[in-house]
Unconditional design. Structure first.
Length: 350
């Protein structure tokens, strides 16, 4: 196949979901654009250092007496008066984003980062941190408080990073597991949400933190729909993409008139069957919404191409990504992932 023919039929562009197994923001911004030339709409800072284990670093935002005992939490004192916003520390997501943005600007000026590539900030929806870190009987009380802290962080990011440089992504994990819990596919009570009906509760929460009054339309907004990545395994394997397609369609509708600029869905390594992708036929997206499929798996270019070909029999236009963030990926797998991602994709034009 000629290069021209290959590029015309290849998925266009690559999405990096957030975490990257490198030592620093500076290393991420040097290595990634060189490895993925003309493939990126936006680039995250890699969530290096204390952020390399997804939301784990947020546990300190909550009072000790609210945290899961297995995370070092203590018992709630007798006659505890209840929690207020003052009990929840700021998330610091804005602090680290603004620090990384200064590095982004420096390397953009030096043309290490190509012009037109945006600075991507990936954030967990608030429920992820509440459900992941605190005890079930306290979720209803803590959920709106931590959500307010996350809204404050988003406001700070929006106020301090120009819209023309910025892109935001919501990581949607515990919302997906809550939906699977409701379907009895993930019965562990750890994943049971404190609200019902679950889809409506998920959409209400997404709407509040994605409203156009909070995130202006000039700032691209994407959603990473996630089944988790604990020990390189999903919390539960998706049956197919039907639940994520339903969730994506509901998100598109719920947050109107705020546009969705991209949506990402995972593809397990062993799913190269048409049945897995078939629900994508029901995914009606706006003309400016980009679909990214997590088809890329380390040391498996042949399988990646097979998954792409199967997906293309269902949906014609998409970009590629890994299934989840790479923060806990062995460093030796990163080069393989980057090489495969570049080989199977064509450039995007900013």
């Amino acid at each position: 196949m000629s290069t021209e023919s290959h590029q015309s039929t290849s998925p266009s562009g690559i999405l990096l979901l957030g975490s990257i197994p490198l030592s620093s923001t500076e290393e991420v911004f040097h290595k990634i654009p060189a490895a993925l030339p003309d493939r990126l709409f936006s680039i995250p800072d890699g969530e290096t250092g204390i952020r390399d284990n997804y939301i784990r670093w947020q546990v300190d935002s909550f009072p000790k007496e609210a945290i899961h005992h297995f995370l070092g939490g203590t018992d709630l004192p007798t006659n505890h008066p209840g929690f207020t916003l003052n009990d929840i520390k700021p998330t610091r997501y804005d602090t680290v984003a603004l620090e990384s943005y200064q590095t982004f600007l420096k390397l953009l000026e030096q043309e290490v980062i190509p012009p037109g590539v945006r600075f991507q900030v990936s954030l967990p929806l608030p429920l992820n941190c509440v459900q992941g870190h605190t005890r079930a009987e306290l979720h209803a009380q803590l959920d709106p408080l931590y959500e307010q802290r996350m809204i404050e962080s988003v406001q700070s990011i929006i106020q301090n990073i120009p819209a023309h440089d910025l892109a935001l992504q919501w990581d949607v994990c515990f919302e997906v597991t809550a939906l699977e819990n409701e379907r009895c596919r993930l019965p562990d009570p750890f994943f049971k949400p404190h609200f019902s009906p679950v889809m409506e509760g998920v959409l209400e929460r997404i709407q509040r933190v994605s409203d156009i009054a909070l995130i202006p339309a000039e700032v691209p907004l994407g959603f990473h729909l996630c089944y988790g990545d604990l020990g390189h395994k999903h919390f539960v394997e998706p049956e197919d993409l039907s639940l994520l397609v339903e969730l994506a369609k509901n998100i598109f509708e719920r947050i109107q008139p705020r546009p969705v600029d991209w949506v990402h869905m995972p593809v397990p390594k062993d799913r190269d069957d048409v049945a897995y992708f078939e629900p994508l036929k029901r995914l009606k997206m706006g003309k400016d919404t980009k679909l990214y499929l997590g088809v890329v798996h380390a040391h498996d270019e042949e399988g990646t191409r097979r998954r792409i070909q199967t997906a293309k029999s269902v949906v014609s236009d998409f970009g590629v990504a890994t299934e989840c963030g790479m923060g806990r990926t062995p460093a030796e797998e990163l080069n393989s992932i980057l090489e495969i991602s570049r080989n199977v994709s064509s450039p995007v034009w900013l």
